[in-house]
Design a protein. Structure first.
Length: 425
C-alpha cells in the first residue's frame, strides 16, 4: 500500500487499534501500535523498525524500538481479541497447524539454532515458530504463535538471560506446542471444526492421539511409507506351548504394510474422480481413493494398550482411521496420503477440500512474510519477537477485514478482562 491508501484507511485503522489493543493500558503505547501497523502496511522492501520509521511522517525509531523490544505490554490478550474479532468474519472450515522458519545470522537471536529451515529447504541457522490458523477458502488468520525453543536453549543460561526467555519456556516438541495452542484456544471458547496439518505433524501418532483425546476431528498428511494393517485384519493370540511365562499377546498374522502398498493393491479401479474447488487456472480435479486402515508401529501399539487399560486388558486390536490417497492420472503410483478421524463414508469432495485447504495459509503467508514483514524482525529478545508477531498478525487481520467485509461492524468485546474461559463474542 502507498501512503495515500494508508491515509484513506486511518479512521478504520484507529477503530481497529482501539478495539484489539484495548488491553494495552497506556494511550501512547496504543498510538505506537497504530504507527507500527501503518509502517507494516506501507510499501517498502524492509519492514524492520528503522526503514519503517523513516517512511512514516510520525515515525520515531527510538519510540518504536522501545514499544516493540522493551515495553512490557502483554501480546496474549491482543491475539485473543484478534481471534474473537476474526472468527465470525472468516467462519472457518478448519484450524490449520503449521510452522514457519526465519533464517538468521549469528547465535544470539532468541531460539535460534541450526535446524531444518523450511524457508531454505535445508539445515540452516534459523528460528522456527508453530502457529494455528483459522481457515476458509476465502481467508485465513493466525490465531496464536509459539516460538520453538531447541533443546540447546534449555541449559544455555547466558543466551536465555540475554534474550529475556522466561523460566517457564522450555523445549517442547512442535506437535506438543500445537496441542498447547489448541488447548489455549479452547479456553478462549474457540473450537476447530476440524484440525488440518502437514506430514510434519501427521506422522506423529502422539499428535493424532492427542487430538482424539481432546475430541477433535482431524485430517493430517502422512508419508507413503506409514505402516498400517487393512481394516479387516484381526489379531489372534498365539497358542501357549507351556505353562511357564506370561500368555503371549494377540498379534496380527501378517506384518503391517506401507499405506502406499495398500492403495496400490486396491488398484486404479477403486479410484474416484473429484473436483474440490475452482483455482486460478480452472477446476481443481484429480482421482482419489478412500479406505479404512489400522495404523501400526510402536507408538500405535503403546497408545492402544494404554487406552485399553494395560497389557493384559488389551486384545491386540489397533484403532481404525480413514486413509485418503490421491493418485493422479498418468502417475505410476499415488502422490499424497492423509489419515483422518472422519468416517470413510464422508462426502469425498468434503474430505479432499479439507485435506487441500492448507493452500489458503500458504497463499496468506506470502502477505505475512513478504508484504507485512513477519520475517523482517531484527531484534533478539523473546518479548520483541512475540510483540512483532502479534503486530504483524494485527496488520494482516485488518487488511483481511477490509477485503472480506470492508463495511462490516464487529461487536465490541475488548480483551481487557482476565484470560479465563468465556463465551466468544
Amino acid at each position: 500500500m502507498d501512503m495515500r491508501q494508508v491515509e484513506d484507511l486511518r479512521a478504520e485503522l484507529a477503530g481497529f487499534v482501539a478495539d484489539v489493543f484495548a488491553s494495552v493500558p497506556r494511550r501512547d503505547q496504543r498510538a505506537k501500535g497504530d504507527c507500527y501497523l501503518r509502517g507494516l502496511m506501507l510499501d517498502g522492501r524492509r519492514k524492520s523498525i528503522q526503514p519503517m520509521a523513516e517512511r512514516l511522517p510520525d515515525g520515531n525509531e527510538q519510540n518504536l524500538q522501545q514499544f516493540v523490544n522493551q515495553s512490557p505490554w502483554d501480546p496474549e490478550p491482543v491475539q485473543r481479541r484478534i481471534a474473537e474479532r476474526m472468527m465470525p468474519l472468516i467462519s472457518p472450515d478448519a484450524f490449520v497447524v503449521d510452522d514457519v522458519s526465519f533464517p538468521k545470522d549469528g547465535r544470539m537471536s532468541v531460539a535460534v539454532a541450526r535446524q531444518y529451515c523450511g524457508a531454505l529447504g535445508k539445515q540452516a541457522n534459523c528460528q522456527v515458530a508453530v502457529s494455528v490458523h483459522a481457515v476458509s477458502d476465502t481467508a485465513s488468520v493466525p490465531l496464536r504463535w509459539r516460538l520453538f525453543l531447541p533443546k540447546e536453549w534449555d541449559a544455555d543460561s547466558q543466551r536465555r538471560q540475554a534474550c529475556g526467555v522466561p523460566d517457564h519456556a522450555r523445549h517442547r516438541e512442535k506437535w506438543r506446542l500445537a496441542l498447547d495452542v489448541l488447548d489455549e484456544l479452547a479456553g478462549w471458547g474457540l473450537t476447530p471444526p476440524v484440525v488440518v496439518a502437514d506430514a510434519g505433524y501427521g506422522q506423529s501418532h502422539h499428535f493424532r492421539a492427542g487430538l482424539r483425546k481432546r475430541g477433535l476431528d482431524y485430517i493430517t498428511a502422512v508419508r507413503g511409507d506409514t505402516s498400517a494393517h487393512p481394516a479387516d485384519a484381526v489379531p489372534t493370540a498365539p497358542e501357549r506351548t507351556g505353562r511357564i511365562g506370561a500368555p503371549r499377546l494377540p498379534r496380527y498374522r501378517h506384518p503391517a504394510r506401507p499405506v502406499r502398498d495398500l492403495v496400490m493393491a486396491a488398484g486404479r479401479r477403486s479410484l474416484r474422480r473429484c473436483t474440490w474447488r475452482q483455482g486460478s487456472r480452472g477446476s481443481m480435479t484429480s482421482r482419489f481413493i478412500v479406505m479404512e486402515v489400522r495404523p501400526a508401529g510402536v507408538a500405535a501399539r503403546t497408545a492402544a494398550r494404554q487406552q485399553a487399560g494395560g497389557r493384559h486388558a488389551w486384545d491386540g486390536t489397533l484403532p481404525v482411521e480413514t486413509l485418503l490417497a490421491e493418485w493422479p492420472p498418468h502417475q505410476d503410483e499415488p502422490t499424497d496420503y492423509w489419515l483422518t478421524s472422519l468416517p470413510a463414508d464422508t462426502v469425498l469432495r468434503h474430505l479432499v477440500r479439507l485435506a487441500k485447504i492448507r493452500w489458503r495459509i500458504e497463499h496468506d503467508y506470502r502477505e505475512l512474510k513478504h508484504g507485512l514483514g513477519l520475517d523482517h524482525f531484527e531484534g533478539r529478545s523473546w518479548s520483541g519477537w512475540h510483540h512483532h508477531a502479534t503486530l504483524v498478525t494485527a496488520a494482516h487481520a485488518f487488511l483481511t477485514e477490509q477485503r472480506v467485509s470492508p463495511k462490516a461492524d464487529t461487536p465490541a468485546c475488548p480483551s481487557t478482562r482476565p484470560l479465563t474461559p468465556s463465551k466468544t463474542c
